[in-house]
Design a protein around this ligand. Structure first.
Ligand code: FPP
Length: 248
């Protein structure tokens, strides 16, 4: 088992959970069976994050592009999400986990919206960890939405143009109040950002693995964190600047 340093944990982990369909194919099953096993991997990952003290976990559960999938698959994904929330609420309450979402949830079906609203309200006071689900989320939509809200505030006179800064802009995004991700994991051997957390991932460490999402688990998470801990994050500075060495 890989050793992780609990003093150097990423505060915020974001995951692009990819490969459910390929996992199903590999096991001669239908795509929906892959998503079902994927939901199991979500449970294991949330538990493992909570266990070691990760503060924020953002999961790309449904993108704005996912609506283009066959309608049976879209329905199955929504049903799995609903089931997940119903079955996990107790564990979230017992473990101090708060649920938040990013993305436009207004357009989701009523039962889904109801369970989301209920879970968010019931867990709102939990402080140990935030489970942030990206639902009907797209990074470009999020940025355009933020620009529109910001322009509205300028027009209404509640915001002055000269006060627009990077920090202020961040507060108009769906992730307002959450730290940027330190580590972004993508499974299934794909090397793309796929419209996920475009603004927020400016200095994020990316970790790619060939493991298909349904096979992801505690060990795989720890492997990703170990790799993250080996890297040196410089945020545009030199190594000497980071380590307090001689500067030119
Ligand atoms: C990508 O696999 C995965 C998704 C589009 C959705 C992620 C959903 C889950 C893990 C299930 C439920 C989620 C929660 C939070 C309980 P893919 O279908 O694109 O795989 P492929 O690229 O191999 O076809």
């Amino acid at each position: 088992m890989t050793e992780i340093d609990l003093q150097k944990l990423p505060g915020h982990i974001a995951i692009i959970m990819d490969g459910n369909g390929r996992w199903a194919q590999k096991h001669a099953m239908g795509r929906i069976a892959g998503h079902k096993k994927g939901a199991e991997a979500v449970r294991l990952t949330v538990r493992a994050c909570r266990e070691i003290g990760i503060k924020v976990l953002t999961l790309y559960a449904f993108s704005t592009e996912n609506w283009l999938r066959p309608s049976g698959e879209v329905k199955a994904l929504m049903r799995l999400l609903e089931e997940y929330l119903r079955s996990e609420i107790q564990e979230m309450l017992e473990n101090g986990i708060r649920l938040t979402t990013i993305g436009d949830t207004e357009v989701l079906k009523k039962p889904m919206k109801t369970i989301l609203k209920e879970t968010i309200a019931k867990t709102a006071h939990n402080l140990d960890m935030t489970l942030n689900l990206a639902l009907n989320y797209g990074g470009r939509d999020e940025i355009v939405g933020a620009v529109q809200d910001l322009l509205n505030d300028i027009r209404r006179g509640t915001l002055a143009e000269q006060d627009v800064t990077k920090d202020l802009f961040s507060r108009y995004l769906d992730t307002a109040g959450l730290p940027d991700p330190d580590l972004l994991i993508r499974t299934s051997g794909e090397y793309r950002i796929s419209n996920f957390l475009l603004w927020q991932s400016a200095y994020t460490e990316f970790y790619y693995t060939d493991v298909l999402w349904p096979d992801f688990n505690r060990d795989e998470l720890f492997r990703a964190i170990t790799e993250y801990q080996r890297r040196e994050r410089r945020f545009g500075l030199t190594s000497d600047q980071i380590h307090g060495g001689r500067q030119e």
